[in-house]
Write a protein that binds this ligand. Structure first.
Ligand SMILES: Cc1cc2nc3c(=O)[nH]c(=O)nc-3n(C[C@H](O)[C@H](O)[C@H](O)COP(=O)(O)OP(=O)(O)OC[C@H]3O[C@@H](n4cnc5c(N)ncnc54)[C@H](O)[C@@H]3O)c2cc1C
Ligand SMILES: NC(=O)c1ccc[n+]([C@@H]2O[C@H](COP(=O)([O-])OP(=O)(O)OC[C@H]3O[C@@H](n4cnc5c(N)ncnc54)[C@H](O)[C@@H]3O)[C@@H](O)[C@H]2O)c1
Length: 444
């Protein structure tokens, strides 16, 4: 009989924790999560779900613009009303996830957790013991060490704005920079994006990124490249951003979107001897840290796979199987898909066009112009290309697409990639017609 308070105790209650905590609890284990903020963590409350309730209205507004004169009229997104709608949906998230946790008899402990030893966590002075611990503390916005850093806002601040400022300046050309530029633009703001180097969305296929940037520019977004911001000064209700040389820009709002850093501080890692670095907690192929019995999952982990919700969920499910003895195998990541929720979208999974081009002996590449596909023309889409990568047995191993519905297309073909379907399997798949999936599979 285990005399500890818990069999497994998670620090954090985001996807890296709750997706695995519930099956462990349903399996009869004593499970707890410690949370110092909103239950559910970043993705539901301040990330994916929150963002998409703003991005989808932006996308609908974009679609109406595309269809203007074809039976519909263009309409700008009303920020104030969209925000009320977003709050109505998102404020329910913590209670929803609490009920999911309750379904697995998972105990929620509120407060800040700190490791005391390999089996003890202190939460606001109270000790809790556990056979196994999982560090799932996620990440937070990267802070820029510049003069006037106190005037910078992060993505969470932006998603709480009651009104959209007339002029927004975004620092960073990554996921948040591009997605929030798209949203602010649809709400009628003048948007400037300042990028430190010459590359935007560095992990994505650059010819498609060039098309996305050209589209945003055509809609009015200004990109200021190769510029290091050094100072932000308040000037009444405005801000003056200045940088190397004589760079100066006046704006009403500055969004810092220069990345996220893992939450490794103040949780007792040094006390217990858990190894970590600037990219996160170091784990082995079982997600076990340098201390036996302490594991880590999600954004806090230093890893090669993208730090995204699908990754956090996969890792959490893996740990549920490992810690309940259902598996003894190392983690084997699937193809992790990713998308920028911009208009148009760029989505990808698996082998990239660049990797494929570098290994012509292993891969074959097919390029498709999907914009001219009759079904995409129903929505008068302006963009649409994809690159499919096949192995020599003609199994799909990679896809990159730019189009309004690139996310749906990549999702549709993921099973084919993951389970190695070839032409024979596709022949056995009747698809709803017309549908974006049928359109995507037509190319394979
Ligand atoms: C604006 C934005 C948009 C995003 N959009 C997408 C998207 O569209 N698709 C996608 O796949 N990913 C997206 N992401 C990334 C995604 O949100 C993360 O990959 C995911 O939430 C990671 O989950 P996690 O459980 O590892 O961490 P988190 O969800 O961050 O959970 C960690 C939790 O631990 C708690 N915590 C930390 N330290 C302690 C402590 N000492 N004691 C107690 N509690 C503690 C925190 O309060 C937090 O609730 C987005 C991120 C942001 C910021
Ligand atoms: N659609 C999605 O899946 C999605 C959406 C939003 C966020 N996310 C997750 O959240 C993370 C954070 O997003 P993000 O856009 O903040 O990060 P990011 O890593 O995608 O982009 C950061 C940007 O900031 C720049 N930068 C970094 N340091 C800088 C500095 N000191 N000065 C100026 N520029 C600097 C980088 O060059 C890059 O352009 C993402 O990496 C991703 O894991 C995912």
């Amino acid at each position: 009989m285990n005399s500890m308070d818990f069999d497994v105790l998670f620090i954090g209650s985001g996807h890296a924790a709750f997706d695995g905590a519930v099956p462990l609890g349903l399996n009869g284990q004593k499970v707890g999560v410690v949370e110092e903020n909103l239950v559910g963590g970043t993705c539901p409350n301040y990330g994916c779900n929150a963002k998409i309730t703003l991005e989808e209205p932006a996308e609908i507004s974009h679609l109406l613009k595309q269809m203007a004169g074809r039976g519909l009229a263009a309409q700008t997104m009303n920020w104030h009303d969209t925000m009320i709608h977003k709050h109505e949906i998102i404020k329910k998230m913590p209670a929803l996830i609490e009920s999911v946790l309750a379904s697995g008899q998972v105990k929620i402990i509120r407060g800040h957790a700190r490791l005391q030893d390999a089996h003890t966590v202190i939460v606001d002075g109270q000790a809790y013991t556990a056979e196994k611990l999982v560090i799932a503390t996620g990440a937070r916005p990267h802070e820029l060490a510049i003069v006037g850093a106190e005037y910078l806002h992060d993505s969470q601040d932006f998603m709480s704005l009651a009104e959209i400022p007339a002029h927004i300046t975004i620092l960073g050309g990554g996921y948040i920079g591009m997605e929030f530029a798209t949203i602010a633009l649809a709400a009628g703001a003048q948007v400037d994006v300042i990028v430190r180097h010459e590359t935007i969305l560095a992990n994505f296929y650059q010819p498609f990124v060039t098309e996305l940037v050209a589209s945003l520019k055509a809609e009015g977004v200004r990109f200021i490249m190769d510029t290091d911001v050094e100072k932000v000064q308040a000037q009444g209700a405005n801000y003056l951003i200045s940088g190397a040389g004589d760079f100066a820009l006046e704006t009403y709002y500055v969004l810092n979107a220069t990345g996220r850093v893992p939450n490794v501080e103040n949780i007792g890692l040094d006390i217990v001897g858990v190894q970590y670095n600037a990219k996160g907690v170091v784990v082995d192929e079982f997600l076990q840290t340098s201390v036996a019995g302490i594991y880590a999952a999600g954004d806090v982990v230093d890893k090669q796979v993208p730090k995204l919700t699908p990754t956090a969920i996969f890792e959490s499910h893996y740990l549920a199987k490992l810690l309940s003895g259902e598996t003894t195998a190392p983690i084997k990541y699937p193809y992790v898909p990713t998308v920028t929720f911009t208009t148009p979208r760029i989505a990808m999974a698996g082998v990239t066009p660049d990797e494929a081009a570098a290994h012509p002996d292993v891969y074959e590449i097919t390029e498709n112009n999907v914009r001219d596909d009759w079904y995409r023309q129903v929505r008068n889409e302006n963009f649409g290309q994809n690159i499919l990568v096949f192995d020599k047995a003609h199994h799909l191993v990679g896809i990159t697409e730019i189009s309004d519905r690139a996310d749906e297309v990549v999702n549709a073909v993921l099973p084919a990639m993951e389970f190695g379907w070839g032409p024979a399997e596709f022949e056995r798949l009747p698809m709803l017609f017309p549908s974006i999936t049928a359109s995507a599979f037509g190319q394979i």
